[in-house]
Design a binder for this molecule. Structure first.
Ligand SMILES: NC(=O)c1ccc[n+]([C@@H]2O[C@H](COP(=O)([O-])OP(=O)(O)OC[C@H]3O[C@@H](n4cnc5c(N)ncnc54)[C@H](O)[C@@H]3O)[C@@H](O)[C@H]2O)c1
Length: 265
């Protein structure tokens, strides 16, 4: 029970990796707020948290809206009494498209809003509270797409590299207050995110013609991942638990790759 008595916010906790993080934290004793734009999914995960004997609150929140984010932080404190951990997990792919000259301005703006600006908004909303308490943990879900400069979705790769840089900036600024700020870079996970991407690749890339989304994904794992296996929401969940735990109190400003060895640095 490494998070007993703690309260966590997991944005986008209603599906995929966010659900994995939410359940891992609840299993370790945390109560969890689950802000998600798809509130019905968040409510289902809140029920799973309650079944584990923890408290949970689901709320409809758009993390690209400053007003929504402020309301979400206030509501979490009201409902659960305190906040110890913020996990910025909500995110979305950009439209798959190479070369980059095919990308649209709208897609760049949307991708930055949901993946990068959102992390600024939530961190800005919570920082004064963490500073006052001289404690707090922020865990940002970036992606190996940043460090490997993935070609498939240029706005997404750049937005996630921005998350890593912002993680380090905020880590430096909040270090004197005992607050740690780290990023996790997941590798390849078969969530709704990758299922959509794989379907697009099968439909548009002749090398993958006739393959199911799952087959496209498995080929990607086999081509890219030295350990030859996919990552899971549980892998990311346990890493987030570690970074939020007392054991990780001296780790800050890091971007931890959980990717079966794709990025080694
Ligand atoms: N799946 C992968 O292979 C992979 C790899 C690296 C990084 N990631 C990152 O992990 C995170 C989770 O992705 P996932 O694979 O679980 O995908 P997912 O699509 O299953 O989950 C994303 C969640 O974020 C929520 N969300 C999206 N936009 C939102 C908004 N504006 N406000 C609030 N909530 C919003 C969605 O409703 C959903 O619950 C994302 O940041 C993604 O970029 C995923």
């Amino acid at each position: 029970m490494r998070l007993a008595g703690k309260v966590a916010i997991v944005t986008g906790g209603g599906s995929g990796i966010g659900r994995g993080i939410t359940l891992a934290m609840a299993r370790e004793g945390a109560d969890v707020a689950i802000p998600d734009i798809q509130v019905l999914n968040a409510e289902k995960v809140a029920d799973e948290v309650k079944a584990l004997g923890r408290r949970a609150v689901a709320m409809k929140t758009d993390v690209t809206s400053a007003a929504d984010v402020k309301g979400m932080v206030d509501r979490t404190r009201d409902a659960l009494g305190r906040i110890d951990i913020l996990v910025n997990n909500a995110g979305a792919a950009s439209a798959p498209g190479m070369p980059f000259t095919n990308n649209t301005e709208e897609d760049w703006d949307r991708t930055f809003a949901v993946n990068t600006k959102s992390v600024f908004l939530t961190s800005r909303a919570i920082a004064p509270y963490f500073i006052e308490r001289r404690a707090g943990r922020i865990v940002n879900i970036a992606s190996i797409a940043g460090p490997i400069s993935a070609l498939t979705m240029p706005p997404y790769s750049v937005a996630k590299m921005g998350v890593i840089t912002f993680t380090r900036v905020v880590a430096k600024e909040l270090a004197p207050y005992g607050v740690t700020v780290n990023a996790i870079c997941p590798g390849v996970l078969y969530t709704a995110f990758w299922e959509k991407l794989a379907a697009h690749i099968a439909a548009t890339n002749p090398a993958f013609a006739g393959m199911t989304p799952r087959q496209v994904f498995e080929k990607r794992v086999s081509d890219l991942v030295p350990m030859k296996r996919e990552q899971t929401p549980e892998d990311i969940g346990w890493t987030a638990v570690f970074l939020a735990s007392d054991e990780a109190r001296n780790i800050t400003g890091q971007a931890l790759n959980v990717d079966g060895g794709v990025v080694m640095q």
